[in-house]
Design a protein around this ligand. Structure first.
Ligand SMILES: Cc1cc2nc3c(=O)[nH]c(=O)nc-3n(C[C@H](O)[C@H](O)[C@H](O)COP(=O)(O)OP(=O)(O)OC[C@H]3O[C@@H](n4cnc5c(N)ncnc54)[C@H](O)[C@@H]3O)c2cc1C
Length: 472
């Protein structure tokens, strides 16, 4: 047994995904010594098996779909995608699954990297192999999530794809069954159908993207079907086997589907089962509940930031939390009360509650911020939804012939502000930040009339939404 080495830091961060990296960036900027522990690749799930590779796969798919909607250009893009070139560009975006660049960046901010599985061994202490790291001020758990798999007998022998294989595969399977109806399932079904696979999408519920306004899932399902995918709603997997390389799925209604691969995209599980939570009185395998400064309930030194706290499983939201946690740790280390430290409440992750933005990179894109109508009603707000067919907007017609899309604004009738906005249609991903500013800023509807969208952009949908509200 090697002699245990002890190192003392102000802050120890478990996990170097986008969130752990950003916590370290903030604590280093505040002058706190910081150790970062990573068991796989610096950059985390997002860089190698999630956001970056999935969007690298989808970008040519969406660009081709947009080009096909323009007379004069359509004829030039009738052929199939060059799948090998798309995959090669995706490989480049992941650095071929090496992390040298991000390791250099960690060094450049002055954080120390420890490679290995980090585990809490008690309050303020973390072991990594033979080393023990002790934190003066804070330990930050930023260990993220892994794909959750259903409890189907014999599933391991089937070697199913999870989001990792779906984002890193080096060729398109001939036939791919995708199980799930959420963001990962719809994005990966869109990508692989366009890259050459015959996709069958099995969705347990009534429709796709069920956390968004219902029309989002309807428009995406329609487009996936037009692209050649077989979308089956109200369908669960009863059993799955693999014989001589062929996957056989039997659905709950007894249908039999053969495929070359099967992707399960049915949810995420926190990576907290093997990080020593039991040594500090917490439940291994649980999501970690935190307050608005991202500090774990009932402790004064443990923080949980990013996916692992289950507030909003998105990179941008996790990085936002990281900025807040970093500032809160620095303020507490300096003995400053959080209210004094920042009058703009940079120490409270309030945007996690009712103004989370998200873009789903399907064709059409679906983008939303804040609450859907159903969520706003459930939260007890007195609201009215106004809908607009986006094809009525001049900029949308110019963007794509036969533009199909829809927008909804959920208006709080008491305060006359927006609780949520959803856009579905080609090119709407870049539109959502205007809605985020309106929702987070609680801009009064009367004032929004003076935010004049440029002509002829798709943003003129804002005028149509305001007119629809005025006339409703
Ligand atoms: C297919 C897919 C596509 C996605 N696309 C988007 C997108 O377009 N936009 C978006 O905003 N979000 C997207 N997400 C969500 C996004 O990936 C996550 O929200 C984000 O990665 C969370 O960051 P994190 O740092 O909290 O966790 P992770 O990125 O999961 O990083 C956690 C890190 O901790 C390390 N770790 C775990 N346990 C330990 C331990 N005990 N010791 C040391 N290290 C440990 C892991 O190896 C990992 O590197 C997508 C997710 C998936 C699955």
């Amino acid at each position: 047994m090697t002699e245990t080495e002890t190192n003392l830091y102000d802050v120890v961060v478990l996990g170097a995904g986008p969130v752990g990296e950003n916590v370290a960036d903030r604590t280093r900027a505040a002058g706190l010594t910081t150790a970062v522990v990573e068991s796989e690749l610096v950059g985390g799930e997002c860089s190698y098996w999630a956001c970056m590779p999935s969007k690298a796969l989808l970008r040519p798919v969406i660009a081709r779909a947009d080009a096909r909607r323009l007379p004069g250009l359509r004829q030039a893009v009738q052929g199939p995608l060059d799948t090998a070139a798309v995959l090669a560009r995706r490989n480049w975006y992941t650095g071929d699954w090496t992390d040298d660049g991000q390791v250099d960046w960690l060094k450049s901010i002055g954080a120390d990297l420890y490679r290995g599985q980090g585990r809490l061994t008690g309050p303020r202490t973390v072991s990594v192999g033979d080393r023990v790291l002790t934190a003066r001020h804070a330990v930050v758990v930023a260990t993220g999530t892994r794909a959750a798999l259903p409890a189907l007998p014999g599933l391991a022998e089937v070697r199913p794809w999870t989001s990792r294989e779906a984002t890193s595969a080096q060729s398109a399977p001939g036939r791919l069954v995708v199980v799930g109806g959420g963001v990962v399932a719809t994005e990966m079904a869109t990508a692989w159908q366009a890259l050459g696979s015959q996709v069958t999408l099995l969705v347990r519920g009534k429709g796709l993207l069920d956390r968004m306004e219902p029309f989002a899932g309807e428009l995406v399902a329609e487009a996936l079907t037009e692209a050649g995918a077989d979308v089956r709603t109200g369908t669960s997997v009863a059993s799955v086997t693999r014989t001589d390389g062929v996957v056989v799925v039997v659905t709950d209604s007894g249908e039999r589907i053969e495929a070359d691969e099967i992707l399960f995209a049915v949810g995420r599980a926190p990576r907290t089962d093997d990080i020593g939570l039991e040594t500090v009185g917490l439940e291994p395998g649980s999501w970690l509940a935190v307050d608005d400064s991202l500090r774990v309930d009932g402790t004064d030194w443990l923080y949980a930031v990013g996916d692992v706290n289950h507030r909003a499983l998105l990179t941008h939201q996790g990085k936002y939390q990281a900025r807040i946690a970093g500032a809160a740790i620095a303020a507490r280390a300096a003995g400053t009360s959080l209210a004094q430290a920042d009058p703009w409440s940079a120490h409270a992750a309030t945007a996690d509650h009712e103004s989370v933005p998200q873009v789903v990179f399907t064709d059409p894109e679906a983008a939303s911020v804040g609450l859907s109508l159903a969520e706003a009603e459930a939260a007890g707000h007195r609201v009215r939804a106004v809908d607009v067919d986006m094809s009525s907007v001049a900029g949308a017609g110019l963007y794509a012939e036969g533009y199909k899309g829809r927008a909804r604004m959920v208006v709080d009738l008491e305060r006359e502000i927006l609780r949520g906005v959803t856009f579905v249609g080609p090119g709407v991903g870049e539109l959502v930040h205007s809605a985020t500013v309106a929702v987070v800023g609680q801009v009064p509807i009367a004032r929004l009339w003076h935010a004049v969208p440029s002509y002829p952009t798709i943003s003129e949908v804002w005028l149509r939404l305001l007119e629809a509200f005025r006339d409703s």
